[in-house]
Design a binder for this molecule. Structure first.
Ligand code: XMP
Length: 509
């Protein structure tokens, strides 16, 4: 495997991910890892990440010089490159001209990293310091107008570095460069697949858990389902999954979760389904304000989860389906509160456990999906679209009642069916029906109606931070409208929401 040493840059997990994309397993470790421990893991190569500091400052993260004597090939990016120069006998200084963004870069095509790469590429730079003198034994293998050492190599010691970031998409041929390091320098074979991840992780879970008991809050979403499956395969009945059905799930979703993980499913675990709908409706009676609704739903979840946990008795571990995006988002999020997002599985305060286990912590969403498929989870579950923790509670404007939930479930189910039929599902990031609090007059079979309006939403987005309304063919929208007004009692009007994010958000509340 390859070990990525983390010096605090933004793209660290992305580096590990690029390596895994090349069929080589990679893990990220803190940069102050003990060298003996590092050696014991027998990595085929090390990658030093970027980072926000200056290598010549005392308080910055440094590295033991002995790392260069281990005989393990090393590749450094940005801060990592500067650290190599600084720790050996090169020189790093504040650059007269900082470089940010796409930068024309000339590379030596006979250098190891640049085999198969054209002599001029566009690379992604982001630095205020630069290497002004390479250490002895090194040669310069790339430069830009303002950066004399955009890349360097010491082929005899197998140390390589680039000032730019090959791991980001904006660097042309970054993939080839990483490939060259892995295959030509480290001698990796590229025979690693996601199922090896699952195997290794299952082994690791067994070692961590021993004969302990593990509790997991299952929401039925992709992440907690994949985490549950991994845990079940690793420790079987030592795992208890608590599935709190808050009555605000999509149509039939609760039963689908039970079919996979319940006693009739194929996994050997303890599964507890709590049908808490009535409790939630009781708490939500008369509540209209969106944040208050979110808060009540979140708190109620914790309360029910704690109550169930108490029945089970002492547990040793709490397992969470946290994935890498969650780790990043919780690290940021210092801005204004737009919505108090809640992931079913938020930390309960009154359950005692020794430690948290997060088997998917280092994976990106599409990697989690791959693991899920390899573990044999149904495709419908693995490719399930994102669904907010508070469920239909935030897709019903105003007070939430069982009748309104039923309306939105039926309308949403029709919408999803038609989108699928039209072959549009994979190209949309998220699509759903919501219930507006608007009632209007209509006419049906010569009778006056005074019923609710349903809003249809469909968006395209990469990161869900911004989103565009998707262009659904008019004929599809019309079919959906027709079916909803005919088949769903209590609805006499259908709107299509054209709003992008910003200014709208994806959910209506
Ligand atoms: P917004 O509405 O903020 O949604 O544009 C962005 C994405 O987040 C989902 N979402 C949530 N997910 N708990 C979640 O786990 C929540 O409380 C929550 N609220 C919104 C939303 O479905 C969209 O994918």
């Amino acid at each position: 495997k390859i070990i990525v040493l983390d010096f605090g840059g933004q793209y660290n997990q992305l580096i590990a991910r690029r390596v895994r994309d090349e069929g080589v397993y990679a893990e990220v470790y803190a940069s102050d890892i003990d060298l003996d421990k590092l050696k014991a893991m027998q990595p085929k190569g090390l990658i030093f990440t970027g980072g926000p500091q200056s290598v010549f400052k005392e308080e910055s993260q440094h590295i033991d010089k002995k790392v260069f004597e281990l005989g393990i090939p090393i590749l450094g990016f940005c801060y990592g490159a500067q650290l190599i120069a600084h720790t050996l006998d090169g020189k790093v200084e504040t650059a007269p001209v900082s470089e940010y963004g796409k930068t024309k870069t000339e590379v030596k095509t006979d250098a190891t990293l640049f085999r198969g790469v054209p002599a001029e590429i566009s690379s992604w730079m982001s630095h205020t310091d630069y290497i002004s003198k390479v250490p002895s034994g090194f040669t310069v293998t790339a430069h830009t107008e303002n950066c004399p050492v955009a890349a360097m190599e010491d082929t005899s010691r197998h140390i390589y570095a680039t000032q730019f970031h090959p791991e980001v998409q904006h660097t042309e041929y970054g993939k080839e460069l990483i490939h060259n390091f892995l295959y030509d320098v480290c001698g990796c074979k590229g025979d690693w697949k996601m199922d090896s991840f699952a195997e290794a992780e299952i082994q690791r879970i067994r070692e961590t858990v021993g004969d302990g008991k593990v509790l997991l809050a299952l929401s039925g979403g992709v992440d907690s389902s994949v985490a549950a499956t991994l845990m079940a395969k690793a420790i079987g009945k030592q795992l208890t999954c608590v599935f709190v059905d808050h009555g605000l799930l999509r149509k039939d979703e609760g039963d689908e979760v039970e079919a996979v993980f319940g006693p009739k499913g194929k996994y050997d675990l303890n599964f507890i389904r709590v049908n808490a709908g009535p409790e939630y409706f009781e708490k939500l009676k008369g509540v209209e304000e969106p944040e208050q609704k979110r808060k009540i739903i979140g708190e109620q979840f914790i309360r029910i989860f704690e109550r169930e946990a108490k029945k089970i008795g002492a547990v040793d571990f709490l397992c969470q389906g946290t994935i890498y995006a969650d780790v990043v988002e919780s690290g940021l999020g210092k801005g204004a509160v737009i919505k108090s997002h809640h992931n079913v599985g938020g930390l309960p305060k009154n359950i005692e456990f020794r430690a948290i286990i997060e088997p998917l912590r280092n994976l990106f969403k599409d990697e989690v999906r791959k693991v899920g498929l390899e573990l044999g989870l149904p495709e419908a579950l693995v490719y399930r679209q994102p669904f907010p923790g508070p469920g239909l509670g935030v897709r019903i404007i105003g007070e939430v009642t069982p009748e309104k939930v039923k309306i939105v479930q039926e309308a949403d189910s029709i919408y999803r069916e038609e989108i699928k039929k039209a072959g549009l599902a994979r190209e949309l990031s998220q699509y759903f029906a919501a219930l507006t609090n608007l009632r209007s007059v209509g006419v049906m079979g010569d009778f006056r109606t005074y019923d609710y309006a349903v809003a249809l939403r469909a968006v395209k987005t990469d990161d869900f931070m911004t989103a565009e309304c998707a262009e659904i063919p008019f004929a599809v929208l019309q079919t959906v409208m027709n079916r909803i007004v005919n088949e769903v009692k209590g609805v006499n009007r259908v709107f299509y929401d054209l709003t992008s994010k910003p200014p709208g958000t994806i959910e209506l509340e």
